[in-house]
Design a protein around this ligand. Structure first.
Ligand code: 5GP
Ligand code: ZN
Length: 113
């Protein structure tokens, strides 16, 4: 999608600190980290939010989750981590390209804020 910042990152049109990429996903460090390690995993396909996922995306979303533990190792996260996806206004989704936050190397609280 032409005016989407995360699509532009995945296409290397905007610089970012990419830690992993393949033909389906791109993972890069968050510009405003909320933990010592904070990366974002996006599908290369533009999907605005989980509300926009269709049955055609089953394999892609399964692939994303299957890659999390590999990415956690690449990022050097130890002793647990949190995976978050903000969707919609109440969750304060700010970028309308579906993504997983992968946060680690600190103790998290529950419930989240
Ligand atoms: P959301 O608020 O939609 O769940 O998450 C969007 C995330 O994208 C935020 O954590 C924000 O810091 C991050 N972000 C926004 N713009 C950029 C950018 O240009 N580069 C990178 N690396 N992260 C970004
Ligand atoms: Zn996009």
């Amino acid at each position: 999608m032409s005016d989407c910042i995360f699509c532009k990152i995945a296409e290397h049109e905007i610089p970012s600190d990419i830690v992993y990429e393949d033909d389906k996903i791109c993972v890069y460090n968050d510009i405003a980290p909320q933990a010592p390690v904070h990366a974002l995993m996006i599908p290369r396909k533009h999907i605005a939010s989980l509300d926009d996922v269709t049955v055609e995306d089953q394999e892609l979303l399964g692939y994303m989750l299957s890659k999390v533990s590999d990415i956690v190792k690449i990022l050097g996260i130890e002793n647990g981590y949190r995976v978050v996806s903000n969707n919609g206004d109440n969750a304060q989704q700010t970028v309308k390209h579906m993504h997983l936050h992968i946060l680690g190397n600190r103790k998290f609280t529950w419930p989240p804020g």
